[in-house]
Design a binder for this molecule. Sequence first.
Ligand SMILES: [Zn+2]
Length: 147
Amino acid sequence: MTCLECKERLNYIDHKNAMDAFGLELCAKHMLRVEKIIKLKGTPKEAIQLYYGLKDAGIDPTLEWWDGKKSVDIAISRVRLNIEVDTEYHRISHEQAITDLEEAMHSFKNGFTTIRIPHVIIKFYLKETVQNILGIAEGLKANIKAI
Ligand SMILES: [Zn+2]
């Protein structure tokens, strides 16, 4: 049992606390950091899990990346990919939908791709979600090279 972030060995209590809260192995210090981000930015728990899933797959993601206008849940800046984790996609209002579309348009104009992921698929298909994002990142990388 070691911390996903700093590889520090975890004691039983720290391990249990972090597993209960996020289902992730984090030391007390890094769990506090994650809790702070969630409190400050309203980051969904699933975004944290996806962040560590991507890190584990060898990608270098940024949590709560500031794009100049808003904070993006996860960004993979190397391929200009923004990932938003939706927690209320099943009852999205038309106002929210048009705001999302406008935001997607602005990021495309700036050379960024935004994908929105429902939080439940991270909960049930974390591995598959990570694999698909890896595929998207690869595709984007090829496109960036082509330009
Ligand atoms: Zn740590």
